[in-house]
Design a protein around this ligand. Structure first.
Ligand SMILES: [Zn+2]
Length: 314
């Protein structure tokens, strides 16, 4: 027997899991913190792999989801803002030298798209548009059965297109990006700004002001909270209309915590989408779905990448 080792490397935690070929339930899962005083994040990754390395079975490959852009050709992590030292970091080469098996890496949002396509809500589709809406906005696109990665692995940064040139500043430094208008952070910042300007609301400024508390207030009828979700939903509709014109998907999948707010976000989204889509034909038979893989999106995305690489490289 043989196993595939999948890794979900995050800023706070590394999850490692081993899978038998053809099985999506992990045989073994191990979680360890990414940062420690004793050793580097790379050494933490090595210990996570070593802790689940099988005693008497062959390892087919190691496949990892990375929280930042990666170059799939060179195996270099271009940047990972939450992992110290991982700037132009040659992760694939270093892991291959250590473990002597093929190593594949991908951006976590791209791999979540790949995982949803292979094992989740996108199964059976060949053209998938996937968004994860949480503190930021990430995404991935499957086009004609291929994961789009681009010339340097930096394609489909769906959250970092400009929707409002004079709009608020984005986490990346740009102005008026989709993420700065519709992420959980954007919703909270919008409400904080309105509260500071004296808009009446049951919400109060402070650490408890976040996308979830604002969704709760919106469900209780708070006008400012409703407006904040309606505004975010509007920008999601605008972004989706643009992406439909580029990718013409047959399904749009939403993952990430903010997407659990449901109709608060998606009613205004559909309204704007209908008004802004270039041709109603884009909406014919277009499915909308919520992501199915939840917390396992990273691991199952990495597993999907190993299957995808084995198929496309041979
Ligand atoms: Zn940005």
């Amino acid at each position: 027997m043989s196993v595939i080792i999948a890794l979900d490397i995050g800023g706070t935690q590394i999850r490692a899991a081993s899978y038998k070929p053809g099985v999506t339930i992990a045989t073994l899962v191990k979680k360890i913190p990414t940062k420690s005083r004793e050793n580097s994040p790379f050494e933490r990754v090595v210990s996570a792999i070593t802790s689940i390395w099988p005693k008497d079975e062959e390892v087919i490959c190691i496949s990892a989801a990375i929280p930042g852009p990666v170059n799939p050709e060179t195996g270099v992590v271009i940047s990972a803002p939450n992992i110290p030292g991982w700037d132009k970091f040659p992760l694939v080469q270093m892991l291959q030298e250590r473990f002597n098996v093929p190593v594949y890496i991908g951006n976590d949002a791209n791999l979540a798209a790949l995982g949803e396509w292979r094992f989740g809500a996108g199964h059976g589709h060949n053209n998938v548009l996937y968004f994860t809406i949480s503190t930021g906005i990430g995404g991935g696109v499957i086009s004609d059965g291929h994961l789009i990665t681009g010339a340097h692995g930096m394609a489909t940064e769906l959250g970092h297109v400009t929707l409002l040139p004079d709009g608020p500043q984005c986490g990346c430094g740009g102005m008026g990006h989709f993420e700065a208008l519709a992420s959980g952070t954007a919703i909270a910042n919008y409400v904080a700004g309105k509260l500071a300007a004296g808009t009446p609301s049951r919400l109060t400024p402070g650490p408890n002001l976040n996308a979830r508390s604002i969704a709760d207030a919106a469900r209780e009828g708070d006008a400012l909270a409703l407006e904040a979700y309606s505004r975010a939903g509007h920008y999601i509709g605008l972004a989706v209309a643009n992406y439909l014109a580029i990718f013409n998907p047959s399904i749009v999948i939403f993952g990430g915590g903010v997407s659990f707010s449901g109709d608060l976000l998606f009613e205004p989204m559909h309204k704007t989408l209908k008004n802004c889509v270039m041709d109603p034909a884009y909406l014919e038979n277009l499915e909308f779905a919520t992501a199915k893989l939840g917390d396992d999106a990273g691991l199952l995305g990495a597993l999907a990448l190993s299957i995808y690489k084995t198929k496309h490289d041979n």
